[in-house]
Ligand binder design. Sequence first.
Ligand code: SAH
Length: 374
Amino acid sequence: MVAFSSGEQPMRAFLDVPDDELKSWLAQQGQPPMRARQIRRWLLQARAETFEQMTDLPQALRLELPRTYSLFGTRIDRALHATDGTNKLLLRLDDENLIECVLLHEEDRHTACISTQVGCGMGCVFCASGLNGVARNLTPGEILEQLIRLRNLLPDTQRLTHVVVMGMGEPLANLDALLAALAVTTDRHGLGLSARHITISTVGLPAKMRRLAELKKQYHLAVSLHAPNDALRTRIVPTNEKTGLSEILAAADDFYAQTGRQVTYEYVLLGGLNDRLEQAEELARLLRGRQAHINLIPFNDVEGLPYRRPAQGAVTDFVNRLRRQGLVVHVRKRKGADIDAACGQLRRSALSSAVPASSGGDLVPLGIPPLTRT
Ligand code: SAH
């Protein structure tokens, strides 16, 4: 439900309030503009979860702020903790839409995987996020809030180290909002992450890839290929019909030329569809001569879809064939399998039933268990 202030106006989520608006509101309260930075520091750096916790603000201001603004625009609808340590949050937006975000732990790395849209409009045939299309773009504040919510799950001694924009939605279809959120993510007065530790994954929208390249930021770009030729890619990734592989590869080459950042190509392995050795050979030919890095993702099952994960042997053969052709290949490890950690799956099961999304595993409501990893 939307929160209402006493004047029956919907409350504004703090992170989506423009700086000049906040400063003029502060002036009306008789407060100096520096309070804006002070409040943001509490939220972005000091992990405050209420205005009341901002102890160096005057008491009157601490009482007035929540009458006009809500510190968070999202509410935690469900919080899951997998046996391998992975955390997943299902967040409810102020219009009742649901989005997902995930926190993955690997030694000293704590990686947030975030969404940029409610649903997805790209329609990749194997992906749970796009099954009901796209409802709307997320605001910059809603994108950033996922990072804050996930970071606040970490003990004080740990920080977010990496971000992957690989949750629900097509990030480049909501590029302005994403860039605004990432500007705060990389600001030293914001979340202070390095742009080099942020990966943006795209279905391949060439014009937007070029726009991103022109900004010359050090973000890492990952392009979802999933097939070595246009005929097969159009079957798996319907948007390919309009774009085509050669345009996408040209835009990726341009990104590398402009930023010096190597592009990663993602390839979801779908048993019997794109995992044959001839297809590995064809993929190697397609990427030959590029500083390419391939990330193979064995398909995570989605209930109701006819695709399947290839056998482990088939994955190994595919990898070896690519490596023999001189390509750098990684296989993505499966994480959080017992909490539907693959994008779009938890929201989908939450929408279709009122019971917890996953069968088995140790589903633990968060807020209760401390993280056990150090
Ligand atoms: N729209 C962006 C982000 C999608 S999520 C993109 O297309 O890149 C990040 C990656 O996970 C994409 O490569 C996507 O194709 C892949 N993915 C989606 N559903 C999956 C599933 N069920 N199993 C394995 N990978 C999946």
